[in-house]
Design a binder for this molecule. Structure first.
Ligand code: GCW
Length: 712
């Protein structure tokens, strides 16, 4: 070893002591130091160069410093190792042992691969005798390979482990932050945020905690997320400036996230040429407007060369858009796409467009129809770097909705599916509501019928050209990142399902549990694992049971969307109604007698949803208005189902709380206390839901509960 190498090694062994003072003092989520024990006790060689390889090196060095392992970066002498991370195509190493391991990796790849390419982000993990080999074509693959080794713990070093090749199913795996730069008078610092302030912005300025943003990037990389938008899709005056005067603030975030392979995107206002550029119009067909966007976009890329692109909410809920100029969404999106195309960027154009000034007396307007009515006719008109970003359901992130028909209606368009990790309608991170099973159902749904392609296939697109998966983030400056510590699992699960939408959500949850509550640091790991599964696995269905019944949706308090408000939206302009009267409840969306929404689906589902006989119980009231005595496939009547599920839901929440209490003293007391507190609130709120819903429907229908339980 020469002197220079030895200095380098010293640094690698001791850099970044985890106790150093700039370490963010926040909960470690799914990357506690303990999760790195197995890796950190090994002799590790990292081979290759570049920013992301440095990140791998840094991570390994940190783990080794803690757990006694060693790390080398492309050494020029022979070393004995347990684990090799290598970029294919990097220079040959003099070490014969390492050369042998690498060539074993290559042969494993030839055996299981299809010509050997691992892609931009993929990696291979294989065993060669006593050595584990991780190979990648590109540095990002090594980074993802590193976190795979962390997840596997000791299993990564199991000599019997067959070779595995991993590649993300979706190219873009993106989180949208609805964070405001300036505090919004109604929505606050983070719109629909339930985890404190923003990690990016505070009171009109960058919040300045770059260590925390870096830590966030690290967590996201370990889950598989590779893109992020850093401000709310509702873009107000201060936020608009991020595109120009305040671009430096965005660049700073991009610099911090780059080592974790996360590209930064920006939500922009369609009116930017007017509000920022001083032009008299934002007409997308105006030459001056196009030139303004082109020049502005070039400036963005000068500053942030790997900038991802724009996110746009246009002509929706009061945001400006092309309608003002008599243009359509394709005109608007294509103009931005034209500015971004030469620089490699995309525009995520949201399809969440509907009339939010509806008259509740008007039964012909149906909010569920709106996105399809606006966008399906535009299929084929969008440029290739436009991604139409569609909420997974036709209404608005409800606990239960059918899948949006737009997803199947735009074969000539790149479509991204948008999920909501922030729990706006699913308990606002005060309730345990693990959304993995719900997202998995959505991603596996086959819009053309059971034998056809799934939603995940549309998001993936032909040879990876789809729009990907996007979700609204649930993170804030809270100590636990997500307010409710168990809501971290939703964030983790989003990333993992975006990487592989076919994964079993229970297995993903299990992975999260192992990382977050490492067995080696837990008194009774089996009990902890079992209890968390009992509490979380079915918690989305539990939440569904005590809230709006049978897919009818909403019934929340207007404004903040928390807690029961059965008629809260019934006579408002927002277009979300249930139409309950003394005889029945539900929205008739059939072609035969209703709004015709069922006709927006391809034939298979159009028929299934149209007919009372075949419509699935859980969506019955989304598609049909039925009498309270209507008998469900389950054999129960609608009214009895409402009573039964609401009583059951509260019992389940009470059981969750009881189970949680058995973990007292077994896990981090701060986590224990925070969850315990939130479960008290969940029991209170679920009880309120149960009693308000049951009482409402009992008073409307006059039908008593068969089992004579308390209804008021
Ligand atoms: O669900 C609704 C929210 C709005 C949000 C909107 C959207 C950012 O209540 O707060 O605005 O969706 O998706 O644009």
């Amino acid at each position: 070893m020469n002197a220079e190498e030895s200095v380098h090694l010293e640094q690698l062994m001791f850099v970044d002591d985890p106790m150093e003072t700039n370490e963010p003092r926040v909960h470690a989520a799914w990357l506690p130091p303990e999760a790195f024990r197995s890796l950190g006790a090994r002799r590790v060689l990292v081979h290759g160069d570049g920013l992301l390889v440095d990140t791998v090196l840094h991570e390994v060095a940190r783990a080794c410093a803690r757990y006694g392992g060693r790390v080398w970066h492309s050494p020029s002498w022979d070393v004995d190792v347990d684990l090799v991370f290598a970029l294919r195509g990097a220079d040959e190493l003099p070490s014969s042992a390492v050369r042998a391991a690498l060539s074993a990796g290559e042969s494993a790849l030839a055996e299981i691969g299809d010509g050997g390419s691992l892609g931009d982000e993929g990696f291979l993990l294989a065993r060669d005798g006593d050595v584990t080999v991780v190979l990648a074509d590109a540095p990002a693959g090594l980074l993802y390979g590193l976190f795979h080794v962390v997840r596997l713990c000791a299993a990564a070093f199991d000599s019997e482990r067959p070779p595995e090749r991993h590649r993300p199913a979706l190219r873009r795996r993106m989180l949208d932050h609805w964070d405001n730069v300036a505090v919004h008078p109604v929505m606050g610092q983070v719109e629909r945020g339930y985890a404190g302030g923003s990690i990016f912005w505070r009171d009109g300025r960058p919040c300045g905690d770059l260590a925390r943003i870096r830590e966030y990037g690290r967590l996201l990389a370990a889950s598989g997320v590779n893109a992020i938008s850093v401000n709310n899709v509702n873009v107000a005056r201060t936020e608009a400036l991020l595109l120009t005067d305040r671009l430096g603030d965005v660049a700073e975030i991009a610099d911090v996230l780059r080592p974790y392979h996360i590209r930064v995107h920006l939500s922009v206002t369609f009116a930017a040429p007017v509000v920022l550029g001083g032009l008299s119009t934002a007409d997308p067909l105006d030459e001056g407007v196009r030139a303004w966007w082109a020049a502005t976009t070039r400036t963005v890329y000068d500053r942030i060369p790997d900038f991802g692109g724009y996110v746009v909410k246009a002509d929706s809920e009061g945001q400006p858009g092309p309608f003002t100029y008599g243009r359509d969404h394709a005109d608007g999106a294509n103009m931005l796409a034209e500015a971004l195309a030469p620089l490699g960027g995309v525009v995520h154009w949201r399809a969440f467009v509907y009339n939010h000034h509806q008259d509740w007396r008007d039964r012909s307007t149906d909010r569920a129809r709106a996105a399809y009515d606006h966008f399906a006719p535009l299929d084929g008109r969008f440029r290739t770097n436009v991604v139409v970003q569609v909420k997974f359901g036709p209404v608005d992130f409800q606990t239960r909705e059918p899948v949006s028909p737009v997803i199947a209606a735009m074969p000539a368009t790149r479509v991204a599916v948008e999920l909501q990790v922030t729990q706006e309608y699913t308990g606002q991170q005060r309730h345990v509501c693990h959304l993995g099973p719900w997202w998995s159902e959505v991603l596996r749904f086959a819009p053309w019928g059971p034998d056809g392609r799934a939603v995940a296939d549309v998001a993936a697109g032909e040879s990876g050209a789809g729009g990907g998966l996007v979700a609204v983030a649930n993170v804030g400056d809270d100590l636990f990142w997500t307010g409710h510590p168990l809501a971290q699992a939703n964030l983790y699960t989003f990333g993992r399902l975006a990487w592989d939408p076919r994964r079993d959500p229970t297995a993903v949850l299990d992975e999260w549990i192992t990382l977050t509550f490492p067995p080696s640091a837990t008194a009774d790991p089996d009990l902890v694992r079992r209890t968390l599964h009992e509490i979380m696995d079915d918690s989305w269905r539990t939440y569904e049971r005590y809230t709006a019944p049978l897919g009818v949706g909403f019934m929340v308090n207007p404004g903040d969307h928390y807690g029961p408000g059965v008629d809260g939206y019934e006579y408002t302009r927002w277009g979300t109604y249930h139409f309950a009267d003394r005889d029945g409840v539900g929205v008739d969306r059939t072609r035969a007698s209703g709004t015709g929404f069922t006709g927006q689906y391809p034939p298979y589902w159009a028929e299934v949803y149209e007919s009372l006989e075949t419509c699935p119980d859980e969506l019955l009231l989304f598609f049909h208005h039925v009498p309270y005595g209507h008998v469900l496939h389950s054999g129960s009547t609608v009214i009895q189902h409402i009573y039964d599920t609401h009583f059951a839901g509260v019992e389940e929440v009470t059981a969750m709380r009881r189970r949680w209490r058995t973990l007292n003293g077994m896990i981090d007391p701060a986590v224990y206390e925070r969850v315990a507190e939130r479960l008290d609130e969940q029991v209170r709120c679920a009880t309120e839901w149960r009693d308000q819903i049951n009482t409402y429907f009992y008073r409307k229908s006059g039908v008593p509960d068969e089992r004579g339980r308390d209804i008021y």
